[in-house]
Design a protein around this ligand. Sequence first.
Ligand code: PHE
Ligand code: FE
Length: 298
Amino acid sequence: METTAVPRKVEHQQTDRGYVPVYATGVVEQPWASYTRTDHAVWDTLFERQCEMLPGRACQEFLDGVAKFGLGDGGIPKFADLNQVLGRTTGWELVAVEGLLPDEVFFDHLANRRFPVSWWIRKPEQLDYLSEPDLFHDLFGHVPLLLNPVFADYMQAYGRGGMKAFAIGPEALMNLTRLYWYTVEFGLIATGEGMRIYGAGIVSSKGESIYSLDADAPNRIGFDLERVMNTRYRIDTYQQTYFVIESFEQLFEATTPDFTPIYARLRERTAHAAADVLATDRVYHRGSREGFATNADT
Ligand code: PHE
Ligand code: FE
């Protein structure tokens, strides 16, 4: 398997989890031996809870990924073990990080088929809500689909596109971030068996796994690239709109063209609110908006 270039050590940094070396790449060793019995129990609880609910809700590609990794063997998985499977299937590699990375560092990892995973796991009193991504979100939410060849290629293309958007400027970056949000994090997929979840933010949340599919309040709207890139989103509540793809191939193909002219076009337009339904939308479900927060979205 290909190895990560030796990370350049930048400095030591005080974090919630102690004094740790931080590298330019943000990569650390997964400190597997330091997980407590409570940490492992939190993983097992969250894992069992999601696995009970997800058949018939998560897309088959996601469920297949979970099974192939053996994520439910009990206790927090070792990234090195998962990397064996990933490396020979799609050539991706997990790297452990402390948490969110600077945009350009994150993009560089994805562009090189490395997926950064926060190594630490939430506390037992945080099972249902966390304001920053932890191991359960990053690993359970994102990694199973990295075994799907088309999705794996999409993630790499996104990383490359990210470097480009970063060079173009903050507006372009915002448009691209919206695409990530409404696909990788909160995407739904319409299958022959019905509507399914593929977004990591949904699949790692018990509440939103139910809400995104069953609730009357949110809109479910057919994926349209420019529409998505021009739509604000919420970071503090369940989504007000979910965008629905028909296949990962559709998503990959729609995002293949050069975005440069799209970024230029979108600069001239105002973004849609998260809850908006447009006349041009292909509407799977028009939300009742019940309980929607009315303060501004991102
Ligand atoms: N095609 C996009 C561009 O030219 C890159 C990209 C691919 C972005 C896939 C997101 C997802 O910028
Ligand atoms: Fe995420």
